[in-house]
Design a protein around this ligand. Structure first.
Ligand code: FSX
Ligand code: SF4
Ligand code: F3S
Length: 374
């Protein structure tokens, strides 16, 4: 990776310089338009933006994390998705992947932040420890708290990439020994787009950067600050095992005949019914797989406090909503409305919602409920 700041280059110029053809460029613009959930007519707008607009600089910080988010990103479905951000085009700083190290890397970051003040996108991977003056994560002698405050100052927007920077992740799991917090507990005056998942889906980040480059606005977010297009539905809603759920055919133990047949993993503790993510439609490694497809129940890795929601592999007691129409905001409103009354109210709320939706689903829903209880 080069560290020079190429502020005059457009995305298109960079792509062509990399050896991509115009045909590949058009294919990429079409793919991203569909992926972002935009109308086909937006392909032209995206192409025009990529051809004419200067690339948006990206500064990418790493704090308390396992780097799985970067791993996920560099194995993106579409080669151009990763290249657009990573390979010479936008990324001015990422201490994990840049060739430069030490003072050179830090100088490149400072130069980019100065030159692009108010314009760059800050990507953050990892949580931030606050206990004992933040000593549990330091880079070049400075704490993560110090660094995030500095890099956020000139950022146009922040993308928290992964469950750690979005919610705290494994570091913040009880008893949270280092006092880890997500980015929004420290930075209060910038738009923050949360892209949770452990790891998250790489194309979502490119889609956000592209959306910003094309329309100069951020994509529509839900009440938790996640892009609606990618977190509007539960894993359960797009799961290819859903017909087995609907038919009441469940895996009861790993290595069983039912498991080999690919039945629904609900009884193995699958959290697909309460997890908002687009794994079922996007997948990883060129769409080849996602946890459920590999025979493993979803553990809800894109949800708040998912580590503390363990034990994993234990059947969920309640499913808040069983219809495809359920969205995070709808369920969120009901749960928030009853939060003050505590866990009992939560259970009642989910049951009320469940009943309502079962009614909507008429007898099919009731049949499923009875089968789940068996
Ligand atoms: Fe966290 Fe990312 Fe999980 Fe790992 O950096 S979201 S532990 S996949 O890598 O931050
Ligand atoms: Fe898929 Fe899990 Fe839902 Fe079953 S419970 S349909 S395995 S997401
Ligand atoms: Fe995570 Fe569940 Fe998707 S575990 S990767 S949200 S299937």
């Amino acid at each position: 990776m080069k560290n020079s700041v190429k502020k005059e280059e457009t995305y298109y110029e960079s792509i062509i310089k990399q050896g991509y053809t115009r045909r590949e460029f058009i294919k990429f613009a079409t793919y991203m338009t569909a992926f972002m959930g935009l109308k086909f007519s937006a392909v032209g707008q995206i192409m025009e933006a990529l051809e004419t607009k200067k690339r948006i600089p990206v500064i990418w910080e790493h704090f308390q994390e396992c780097t799985g988010c970067s791993e996920s990103f560099i194995r993106s479905d579409h080669p151009l998705v990763a290249d657009l951000i990573f390979d010479h085009i936008s990324l001015d700083y990422t201490d994990t992947l840049m060739a430069a190290a030490g003072h050179n890397a830090e100088e490149a970051k400072q130069a980019s932040m100065k030159e692009n003040y108010g314009k760059y996108i800050l990507v953050v991977e990892g949580a931030i420890p606050t206990k004992n003056n933040g000593v549990y994560c330091t880079i070049a002698g400075r704490t993560a708290v110090d660094i995030i405050k500095e890099s956020a100052e000139g950022a146009a927007a922040i993308i928290t990439f992964g469950s750690c920077s979005s919610y705290g992740g494994v570091q913040a799991a009880s008893p949270n020994p280092t006092g880890s917090v997500p980015v929004d507990k420290i930075i209060k005056n910038k738009p923050i787009i949360k892209v949770p998942g452990c790891p998250p889906i790489s194309e979502v980040m490119t889609a956000i950067v592209l959306h910003y480059a094309t329309f100069e606005t951020l994509p529509e977010l839900d009440s938790q600050g996640r892009p609606k297009q990618f977190y509007g539905k539960r894993v359960h809603d797009s799961c290819y095992r859903r017909p087995y759920f609907d038919a009441g055919l469940f895996v009861e133990s790993f290595d069983s005949e039912e498991a080999k047949k690919g039945y629904c993993l609900y009884k193995m503790g699958c959290r697909g019914p309460v997890t908002y993510n687009s794994c079922g439609t996007t997948g990883w490694n060129n769409g080849v797989s996602f946890p459920v497809k590999s025979g493993y129940p979803c553990i809800g890795c894109s949800e708040n406090n998912f580590w503390d929601n363990s034990p994993f592999y234990k059947r969920l007691e309640n499913i808040p909503g069983t219809s495809i129409e359920a969205t995070a905001d709808k369920i969120g409103k009901i749960i928030l409305g009853t939060a003050a009354a505590g866990a009992a109210a939560h259970t009642i709320a989910t049951n009320v919602l469940k009943k309502k939706e079962l009614k909507e689903n008429e007898c099919m829903g009731e049949i499923n409920e009875n089968r789940i209880k068996e």
